[in-house]
Design a protein. Sequence first.
Length: 201
Amino acid sequence: SLSPDGNSLVVTSRSEGMSWWNLESPEEPVIRSEASRVYFSADGSTMVSAHNDGTTIIWDVTTRTERTRLQLAERSPGTRMALSHNGSQLAATHGFQDYENIISLWDTASGEEVGTLSGHKQAIWSLAFSPDGKTLASTGSERSIRLWNIATLSELLTIKGQGTAFAELAFSPDGKVLMTNSPGFLSEPEIRFFRTWAPPQ
């Protein structure tokens, strides 16, 4: 993962864990960790690292220091995460072993869980915050996209795949388009774009 400002490169691998490189002086990693997955916030201020033992660390990217440590008990390596644009909120799934398919919302400053989103019937594959932080999009193996209202912790809309599964998610920087792709194991993978606003009549 490359930080939005282009100054940091964070590499993860199953055998070596996480290596955090300062690209202005890339001779050696500035930080090594056992993290298995990392995510940057869109504004570049925050990074979250997920560890196989259930630990989640919120990092200050500028100082490369630990800001908050969360213990997401009994989370499996299948956990998926997303940070809001300014890094203030974290959305996380509970991994492959969670048969209720819950999404948890966390305050990254206090480390407190602030709510949960439930509705998925099968495994959750991807999460993405809208740029304004008001909406969370999620996909799962049930072949649908769900949109959630963060303020009310309620589901706004479900988009059915009509036979096509949805994998990764991404909002455009202005929040007006939601992009998703189909899983790579399909014989005819495709990318779909959804308009998130109503054009003037």
